[in-house]
Design a protein. Structure first.
Length: 232
């Protein structure tokens, strides 16, 4: 029999991503999150509104979504409880966060130039997704007054926001590309880093083929792909 419980968080297991953005002074911010949903060449990213990454994304209109593999777990963990915000927001201070200006250096990761955005990619991550902001969605609007927010300035409100981004370039390490299919990632080679209830995990082996695998990936191609190479 199931029982009713009240967990404080519902991080039931999602891939970790590292979002790189550009700060006001031209330096780079790098922040891990595990709230990401993928639809075609769009991604929905969830943040605390007071965090530096969504502030940078709203201000610049862009970012890079870097996907670490299980091999980068230590690099991701070195970013834990670091923030690009100065001063550190009160809520993060209570959770033991401290300000860090050089997040790439702290993680031990290397910056590499992007093609369509100013934010850099994290070289060591097997997948880099250059992206531009498409929409900002206010979450928990029944609890927080987002109407006072001016998008021309930094967001200083509490609460949660989801930012929809449109992917403009996909960079993949050759080691995870499917043999004979230069535009497909091999799920047997791609080993994403997974967070479940604040603990890191990798993937096990394939259980069985999904019936959906009989559908060619090309049938899911969206107009965003052509747009990305036409206009960025």
């Amino acid at each position: 029999m199931h029982v009713s419980i009240t967990p404080s968080i519902l991080y039931l297991g999602t891939p970790v991503v590292l979002n790189s953005t550009v700060n006001e002074n031209g330096s780079y911010n790098l922040a891990p999150i595990s709230s990401a949903i993928w639809l075609g060449w769009r991604c929905l990213l969830g943040f605390e509104a007071v965090s530096k990454t969504p502030q940078n994304m709203i201000r610049t209109g862009e970012c890079v979504v870097n996907l670490p593999s299980a091999n980068q777990v230590d690099a991701v963990n070195r970013l834990a409880r670091l923030t690009g915000s100065d001063p550190v927001p009160p809520g993060k201070t209570l959770r033991g966060y401290r300000h860090c200006q050089d997040k790439f250096g702290a993680a031990g990761l290397t910056t590499v130039a992007s093609e369509t955005v100013a934010a850099p990619r994290a070289l060591e991550c097997p997948i880099h997704l250059e992206a531009k902001v498409a929409n900002v969605h206010r979450v928990m609007a029944d609890e927080y007054d987002y109407s006072v927010h001016d998008r021309s300035v930094e967001c200083t409100l509490e609460g949660i926001i989801c930012i929809e981004v449109r992917i403009t370039r996909v960079h993949v390490h050759p080691s995870i590309i499917m043999d004979g299919h230069p535009n497909r990632i091999d799920p047997n080679r791609w080993r994403p880093l997974i967070m479940s209830f604040q603990k890191f995990y990798g993937l096990g082996g394939e259980l069985k083929a999904s019936k959906l695998a009989a559908i060619p990936e090309s049938m899911y191609r969206s107009p965003d792909i052509d747009r990305a190479y036409a206009t960025g």
